[in-house]
Design a protein around this ligand. Structure first.
Ligand code: NAP
Length: 331
């Protein structure tokens, strides 16, 4: 089968089309003929050598796909050949065929095409796991998500709105801010030009923000501690401005803040399967109703994978970038 391989750690030019043997499913796995794969920021880091796959995962890039089930392992009862699914993967999605754990697959919602469905698993699982599974974000609360036009941001805005929260966001341009408002954010701050933390505090009428989903870290951390309301929750999912932070511990104690974070890829398969069940019960109906829809920036053919990575690194995209493996599958 054809796969995208990384010749050596480095830039997008290191991504080339190669050949690999067709994988075979273990008892709890399915083999999928990939229609499309989502491109994620983590893929850039893995290509650069900064984000190795967890033990046992495929070394091939790609954390989410959509496609047709071709073969099922001996213990799989839910799926059968020809079923159309989208799946969360620990790796291996940038290929014509991939292996997924049966517990990490979901049916394609009727409101979404097969190709578009590749945009859903990574962002929806991440947002669900970090905001709603415990739950940290509740109806009527004030919520800030950074990077409103990222794959994560577009889903977080829509899901938070669907669950009755009030949403604000940050983004890197006027055009992106406008898009975030069209998606349901009450206010979007251009973080390159505006004092977003002061703006957010004013928007909250100086009560503070209840929940922040942060993919930035670094110097944003002390701003978040000031901005959070009493009993506020700060949830970290990435550290684009660095891991090391300075904290005023007194603020954490006096406001009784909860500070947490997580990564999705490293979770055990059983935990991901439990998230799949929750997502199917609580989020899939919202996708069916069009209340949460995939926002797709561009679909690239597999051969143009380097261009897809360049676009993500340029940060010009709004929403998800996809790789289409099988151009006969339609969109
Ligand atoms: N922990 C987890 O389980 C998990 C799972 C999935 C993704 N993630 C992380 O979530 C983030 C989004 O993922 P993605 O694949 O959707 O990537 P993406 O589309 O490339 O998004 C990155 C986002 O970060 C924003 N950003 C960068 N610097 C910023 C700053 N100083 N202030 C505000 N926003 C800033 C960008 O905004 P502009 O483009 O407007 O500049 C962009 O929207 C990535 O950092 C990824 O690693 C974590």
């Amino acid at each position: 089968m054809r796969v995208v391989t990384v010749q050596q750690f480095g830039g997008p030019e290191e991504l080339v089309i190669g050949e690999a043997p067709l994988p075979r499913p273990a008892p709890d796995e399915v083999l999928i003929r990939v229609a499309a794969a989502g491109v994620n920021r983590a893929d850039i880091l893995q290509r650069q050598g900064h984000y190795p796959p967890p033990p046992g995962a495929s070394p091939i890039l790609g954390l989410e796909v959509s496609g047709n089930v071709i073969e099922t392992g001996s213990r799989v009862t839910r799926w059968k050949p020809d079923d159309k699914v989208c799946a969360l993967l620990p790796g291996g999605g940038y290929a014509e065929y991939c292996i997924a754990n049966a517990g990490c697959c979901l049916p394609i919602p009727k409101a979404v095409s097969l190709v578009e469905a590749a945009a859903l698993p990574e962002a929806i699982f991440t947002v669900w796991a970090n905001l709603f599974s415990l739950p940290y974000l509740r109806t009527g609360e004030k919520f800030l998500v950074h990077g409103g036009t990222s794959g994560i941001g577009t889903v977080a805005i829509q899901m938070a709105r669907a669950f009755g929260a009030r949403v604000i966001t940050t983004s890197g341009s006027v055009e992106k801010c406008r898009f975030c408002v069209s998606l349901g954010a009450e206010r979007a701050f251009n973080y390159r030009e505006e004092a977003w933390a002061e703006g957010a505090m004013k928007w909250s009428e100086y009560d503070g923000i209840d929940v922040i989903l942060d993919m930035v870290g670094g110097d944003y951390f002390p701003k978040h501690l000031k901005l959070l309301a009493p009993r506020g929750r700060l949830i970290h999912i990435a550290t684009q401005r660095g891991n090391a932070v300075t904290a005023d511990l007194h603020l954490i104690m006096s406001k009784r803040l909860v500070i947490t974070g997580s990564t999705l890829r490293s979770r055990p398969t059983e935990e991901k399967a439990a998230l799949r069940d929750q997502v199917e019960e609580h989020v899939w109906p919202l996708v069916e109703k069009g209340m949460v829809r995939p926002v797709i920036d561009r679909v690239f053919e597999m051969e143009n994978v380097a261009a897809a990575h360049e676009r993500m690194q340029s940060s010009e995209h709004i929403g998800k970038l996809l790789l289409q493996m099988d151009t006969t599958s339609g969109s």
